[in-house]
Design a protein around this ligand. Structure first.
Ligand code: UDP
Ligand code: GLC
Ligand code: MN
Length: 337
């Protein structure tokens, strides 16, 4: 058994969709190494079983939350305090070396060579390249390091309220000290156009090894036509349309049939889709829900009024009161495309 592992994190059934697709993308790329996922208590039992099918290790961990509303507001991502939970990855000491991958990453080509790197290796963040992006990083599990980072977090906090601001403070010589710890950008390419240098994206796209859907609009929130299995990519992602379709192809081939209505959030809703069939009115309504949810996911108040749970509650109530809800208003749609 390999002593190396790919590690990800999911705190709910919706992010678990990303974790499932990610695992299958790693398997398709022919990795020789193990797969581990950290789950928090709010991931349903049904989802854990499905994660177990494709991950060698499904490890429950408790939620670590920065509770740092002020810095998270600066990042405009109030929901990301829970990314401190990532720190538990250092506790997987059954492995010698690991690569952490966000659940919103997609592996396009085998990158097992990453395990030749040392802690802490990561690619530059597109918005501030003297910081590394913490969506992909090479590290060595160690209880000692876990203890030091959590203690550091208590004392110094994080400048973005999430793990990236913390880890960049802790590994603060990354920008200057050792170029071997700078992963090439192809190991963590931001998919969103505003983070992306389009001519370079076009020039080097065949070299991309890991795509990262950093930002609010995740692939699972992108509109998807269940009849022809095509993702309806918003214009700001048009350059990456085929890669988003790749995410959905994996979803259709490997994930969809594994979903059940015992799952929460979007995973439960997507379990009701019948791929390739003419839509029933119920299915049509679900597609409406997803379109609507996709739009709402682009709005700002992601943890409060527009949190997934609230959106979902509202949608379910609407559906229950009106069997066939009217489509979103024209001005509502403009947010997604
Ligand atoms: N995450 C999670 N639940 C959440 C938010 C984040 O499990 O509610 C995990 C997940 O692995 C995710 C990572 O933390 O990929 C970082 O969050 P995200 O990818 O949304 O941040 P971004 O890359 O968009 O800044
Ligand atoms: C970043 C990273 C993500 C991290 C978040 C919060 O944008 O992509 O992995 O969790 O910031 O720090
Ligand atoms: Mn991410």
């Amino acid at each position: 058994m390999s002593k190396f592992a790919w590690v990800t994190l999911t705190t709910n059934d919706t992010y678990s969709l990303g974790a499932l697709v990610l695992a299958h993308s790693l398997r398709r790329a022919g990795t020789a190494h193990q797969l581990a996922v950290l789950v928090t208590p709010s991931v349903s039992e049904a989802m854990r079983q499905r994660l177990q099918d494709v991950y060698n290790v499904v490890q429950e961990v408790n939620v670590l939350d920065s509770q740092d509303a002020a810095n998270l507001a600066l990042l405009a991502r109030p929901e990301l305090g829970v990314t401190f939970t990532k720190l538990h990855c250092w506790r997987l000491v059954q492995f010698e070396k690991c690569v952490f991958l966000d659940a919103d990453t997609l592996v396009l080509q085998n990158c097992d060579e990453l395990f030749e790197r040392e802690e802490l290796s990561a690619a530059p963040d597109v918005s501030w390249p003297d910081c590394f992006n913490s969506g992909v990083f090479v590290y060595r599990p160690s209880l000692e390091t876990f203890g030091k980072i959590t203690e550091f977090a208590v004392q110094h906090g994080s400048f973005d309220g999430g793990d990236q601001g913390l880890l960049n403070l802790y590994f603060d010589d990354w920008a200057q000290s050792d170029i071997k710890k700078h992963l090439p950008f192809i190991y963590n390419v931001a998919a969103f156009a505003s983070y992306c240098y389009l001519p370079a994206f076009k020039q080097f796209r065949d070299k991309i090894k890991i795509l990262h859907f950093a930002g609010k609009l995740k692939p699972w929130l992108i509109q998807f036509n269940s009849e022809n299995r095509q993702a309806l990519t918003p214009t700001e992602y048009a350059h990456a349309a085929d890669l988003i379709q790749f995410w959905w192809n994996i979803f259709c081939d490997n994930v969809h049939q594994q979903l059940s209505d015992a799952m929460a959030g979007l995973a439960g809703a997507l379990s009701q889709l019948r791929l390739g069939e003419q839509r029933t009115p119920e299915q049509e309504a679900y597609e409406q829900l997803m379109r609507r949810q996709c739009w709402e996911a682009g709005q700002i108040d992601y943890a409060g009024r527009d949190s997934f749970d609230n959106i979902w509650k509202k949608i379910t109530q609407t559906l229950e009161s009106k069997p066939s809800p009217s489509p979103p208003k024209e001005e509502d749609k403009s947010g997604t495309s």
